[in-house]
Design a protein around this ligand. Sequence first.
Ligand SMILES: Cc1cc2nc3c(=O)[nH]c(=O)nc-3n(C[C@H](O)[C@H](O)[C@H](O)COP(=O)(O)OP(=O)(O)OC[C@H]3O[C@@H](n4cnc5c(N)ncnc54)[C@H](O)[C@@H]3O)c2cc1C
Length: 431
Amino acid sequence: MNESKAALVIGGGVAGMQAALDVANQGFQVYLVERSPSLGGRMAMLDKTFPTLDCSACILTPKLSEVAHHKNIKMMTYSEVGSVSGKSGDFHVRIRRKARYVREDLCAGCGDCADECPVEVPNEFDQGLGFRKAIYVGFPQSTPNVYTVDRDTCIDCGRCVKVCERKAIDFDMQDEMVDVNVGAIIVATGFELFDISQYPRLGYGTYRNVIHAMEFERLINAAGPTGGHLVRLSDGKRPKSIGFIQCVGARDVQKGVPFCSRVCCMYSIKNAVMALEHDANAEVWVYYADIRAFGKGFEEFYEMAKNRFGVRFVRGRVAEIMEGRTTGNLVVKVEDTLSSKVRLVEHDLVVISPGILPPEGMDTLATKMGVNQSEDGYIAIEHTFFGPILTKTPGIFVCGCADGPKDIPDSVSAGSAAAMKATIVLSGGSA
Ligand SMILES: Cc1cc2nc3c(=O)[nH]c(=O)nc-3n(C[C@H](O)[C@H](O)[C@H](O)COP(=O)(O)OP(=O)(O)OC[C@H]3O[C@@H](n4cnc5c(N)ncnc54)[C@H](O)[C@@H]3O)c2cc1C
């Protein structure tokens, strides 16, 4: 294979997968490097997706499978970029493949090992609300369907080794360095959530019934920690009144996040509707600074939430959340800026929408690749109008949330656009 005709995609979320597929479908080799044990990114964690309310796993799973079975895509999960040198058309990349302690070529994903494992730890995929074993796959559609040993929590009891008929578990495994030559690189490293405990007045981390939006996604998901039953964490009761709070860790200069996270308005409206789908008699409130429903079908979705589902929208920034001493109920204090009244509203459950930040390790990765970052820490794009997926470094392209918050349709479009630019380079052209 001519490796200068290959591309490297960093990040296996929906944007990176789309980019990898579009490059691979044009006949080029792709190395798809994902640092977690599975592809899928954040979309794999979502319950439904705005604005259509499609089941996220249902629309993502065929894509996961297409990537996994594509003859031109070499999936490198549980792997990270070690170093990058060279230039457009001829990059040399060293990739560190972390030891899974389970051989990918032997593991059939049967799960006998996890059944036998005596260690239970919080499952990151479920935002720590459910549990996994020390040998685990994060979620049922994990791609590849290969187990990974978490050496930090494994107690070396050896029970998994004994029960594995295929002899796939190997505690002598070491990290491996793999060198590849590629003509183009696509960065699709996505985002992470703002740490909302930085707002102690909102009680996250102190009050059990204050959760964040991704926790809510897992709570209402049939494959999630409660089997899809929407309950409070403090007492397992079904919440009758739920408040969604917007713009926490977004549009806040004092916290160093002046920008809008773009997706929170819509995912909160979606989750407000989902809460009512779970219990049509619940009362659902959304506290917002202003509603940004700018995409196709978004405004209509917002109108539907208000008019058909009866979601109540209050304009104002929440000042404080207080917890009732015995009930675990929460009182939201907010100035309603449309009526100029201070309101105190009691809820059983409060869901905070955290802002979206560049993922951990962005600075290091950008330095390794020699690409610039914008002031907010994302990958800097070359030109707002004519280079939205170009970086300042020729041959390196960016898509999805790696250069700033985006919804799924925009992440996928950017993935396809980055793939097109990359294949121009691979074909000997200048992108
Ligand atoms: C609570 C919530 C609900 C949402 N609901 C919706 C919705 O209903 N509809 C909608 O359109 N959008 C929704 N979104 C937005 C949606 O999640 C994003 O648009 C989408 O996930 C972006 O995909 P991505 O591939 O850019 O990033 P991600 O999904 O973040 O994927 C990036 C991948 O890159 C990997 N990675 C990171 N750094 C590295 C590295 N250094 N090396 C290798 N791999 C790396 C990560 O592990 C991850 O797998 C929601 C977001 C949130 C927070």
